[in-house]
Ligand binder design. Structure first.
Ligand code: ADP
Ligand code: ZN
Length: 637
């Protein structure tokens, strides 16, 4: 990412003035309150007396001192003086000012101290002191507080001011050349780019451009990258905000952020507004009990802003999600996000191209074969591949080389798939033996069955992601369909690890949990989703939810059927388990020799493995398939 030309939005004049006025209003209110409280306090401290009583007290020698203030006279009594009225309220009293030329001579005659405060007595000065000064003080104090809070929570006063979070780039510098393998998505976006180049062309004819497009796909497939590339190609401003930024604790904040975002987009038009994770606000409104007021308000605001903004200015809203099924239907209505662009996981060629894009600036050795890496990374998304290239480059540096070799890339693939090697986790001799037999079990089942992928590498070096060892298989070509026979064979491979442990050691360990989980999922899917069982024929018992995330299956059949499904799955697994054990038992010698070899070397390659295996069996290699095709012969006993 190049964030160097990223800048804070500058179109804030309007909201600055708004905030200034808000601050001023608050300061004035506080000043009034402050003055009222002050006056009340003074009034409470002193009791008011009639002017005649005041004169009376002077004559009776009760008064010690008198102060003439701007609007009243303050009277302090002598300590020993205790007129009846004074019992009510202390020694200090006040009375109104009355024009009275005889007062001063009387005070002099009775020897009463009298004075008037020099400064405070001027109405101007007292106004400044009690109004202007507190006002200014409060105003600046608040401004300081809001400034320091602004970055963290959008400001106390400017609740909902979102400029702290909008990420804006005048020029993204990303083009379609930086996005590999998403040709269909790019094609759909070309029109938007053309429109941003020349909105006139469309409005002349009367064609309305789509206001927004929804990018749908799994995480890391390049949705953000595509949005940036659209902005880069069209040379317009790119503004982005995540859906979760809108959702705050306070009701109304999100809505005001949406308003702000659209206002800024208009100010910076032509522009691309990218809202990541739009499902955070766009969740369907009716599928929740009680609902969420804040999110609904935010969504409503978004809907009305999308309806309201002027497309002729050249603003296009792109949004990304990996849960399109939860989005509110209103969002997908024509005139809003009416285009849906699918950003799928890359296929073989896509992965190869992504690897090429990301190794543009990487020095590559002559043996690098991206096709092989692409084959080994089925299911990886762009973000994974970018990460792999970088890991490979880092490894090359660690190895003191000045170019990246194929082995660096292969190692990086392993790191991303299975975690880093954990050299400091020392396995005991017995454990090492168990792991070795387990892995060879997998490899044997893979090599001795048809319909499996060749073994690429076996290792018993523990990895950070929990694996104590693993067997890496490498497909020879990208597969889009799996046959029943292939799935069956794969389950056998998965169960063969544990089967080898059983056959060799009699006992069993905890090390097969991941194999078991994967085998079970696969067996279940075969029956419940792919129509591969006799009992249920082509009935769908489960369907996938959240296709772009974890792909969890939810059942849509009765509990009785589910129980039957469970039994059927169990039968299938037992069958595969028997098959796995049969394969391993038939190759007990090869198992021993291969396991010993693995314990010694810790890592062996597919070729080394096949060489040893060939000594024990006349099956040359699993690749050349003779074709009775059905694959049912893997399912013996
Ligand atoms: P998403 O928004 O779909 O979760 P991103 O766009 O953030 O994914 O992708 C993350 C990173 O992965 C990108 O910055 C880029 O380096 C890399 N990447 C993903 N898809 C591709 C692709 N098709 N071509 C090149 N790089 C990609
Ligand atoms: Zn295993």
């Amino acid at each position: 990412m190049n964030e160097d030309n990223n800048k804070q939005p500058n179109g804030n004049k309007g909201s600055d003035a708004r905030i200034f006025i808000r601050l001023l209003t608050i300061s004035i209110i506080l000043t009034v309150v402050f003055n009222l409280i002050n006056t009340y306090r003074i009034l409470r401290q002193t009791t008011e007396i009639p002017y005649s009583t005041f004169i009376d007290w002077i004559n009776k020698d009760y008064v010690e001192s008198v102060e003439f203030q701007s609007s009243k006279i303050e009277v302090t009594l002598k300590k020993d003086a205790s007129p009846d009225e004074a019992k009510l309220g202390g020694r200090v009293f006040r009375t109104g000012l009355i024009e009275n030329d005889a007062l001063v001579p009387l005070l002099i005659e009775k020897n009463v101290k009298f004075s008037t405060p020099v400064v405070y007595n001027s109405p101007v000065v007292s106004f400044v002191l009690s109004w202007i000064l507190p006002l200014v003080f409060i105003f600046f104090l608040f401004r300081m507080i809001t400034r320091s809070l602004d970055g963290r929570m959008g400001g106390v006063m400017g609740v909902g001011k979102s400029n702290a979070k909008i990420y804006m780039q005048q020029e993204t510098g990303v083009t379609f050349a930086d996005v590999a393998g998403q040709d269909e998505a790019k094609e759909s976006l070309v029109e938007i780019i053309d429109y941003l180049h020349d909105p006139e062309k469309y409005s002349r004819i009367g064609a309305k451009q789509p206001k927004g497009a929804l990018l749908v796909g799994p995480p890391g497939t390049g949705k953000t990258l595509l949005a940036k590339a659209v902005a880069g190609e069209a040379k317009v401003t790119f503004m982005s905000l995540s859906g979760s930024d809108f959702v705050e604790m306070f009701v109304g904040v999100g809505a005001s952020r949406v308003r702000d975002l659209f206002r800024q987009a208009q100010e910076n038009a032509p522009s691309i507004v990218f809202i990541d994770e739009i499902d955070a606000i766009g969740k369907s409104r009716d599928n929740q009990i009680g609902g969420n007021d804040e999110r609904e308000q935010t969504l409503n605001q978004l809907l009305s802003e999308m309806d309201g903004f002027d497309t002729s200015k050249g603003i296009v809203i792109l949004a990304a999600t990996n849960r399109p099924e939860v989005l509110d239907k209103a969002l997908l209505r024509p005139g809003r996000f009416d285009r849906r662009i699918i950003v799928e996981k890359p296929d073989l060629i896509g992965r190869e191209n992504i690897l090429k894009v990301h190794s543009k600036d990487v020095k590559l050795g002559s043996d690098v074969d991206f096709k092989k890496i692409a084959l080994a990374t089925s299911g990886a998304v762009g973000a994974d591949l970018a990460n792999m290239v970088n890991e490979a480059a880092l490894r090359a540096v660690r190895m003191g080389r000045n170019e990246v070799l194929q082995e660096d890339l292969l190692d990086a693939v392993e790191v991303v798939i299975a975690g880093k090697e954990k050299k400091d986790r020392i396995l005991s001799a017995t454990e090492k033996q168990i792991v070795a037999y387990h892995e060879i079990g997998h490899a044997l089942a893979a090599a001795l069955q048809k319909n499996t992928q060749p073994v690429q590498k076996i290792t018993i070096v523990p990895r950070t992601m929990g694996a104590l060892g693993y067997t890496m298989q490498m497909p020879e070509e990208e597969k889009y369909l799996m046959t029943k026979a292939e799935m069956y064979a794969e389950i056998v491979v998965l169960l063969a690890g544990r089967s080898a442990e059983e056959i060799k050691f009699g006992g069993i360990t905890t090390g097969a949990s991941n194999d078991i989980e994967r085998a079970t999922n696969m067996a279940r899917a075969m029956i419940s989703m792919y129509g591969m069982s006799e009992t249920f024929d082509m009935m769908a018992l489960e369907s996938i939810q959240n296709r772009y995330l974890d792909g969890r299956a939810v059942s849509n059949c009765s509990p009785e059927t589910l129980a039957k499904l469970d039994r059927e799955v169990l039968e299938l697994i037992k069958d595969c388990h028997r098959q796995a054990k049969a394969i391993i038992e038939s190759q007990a010698d090869a198992l021993d020799e291969l396991a010993q070899f693995l314990i010694e070397k810790e890592t062996i390659t597919g070729e080394e493995f096949m060489e040893i295996l060939k000594k024990h069996t006349d099956i040359a290699a699993p690749e050349p398939q003779d074709g009775d095709g059905s694959g049912d012969d893997t399912k013996t006993q």
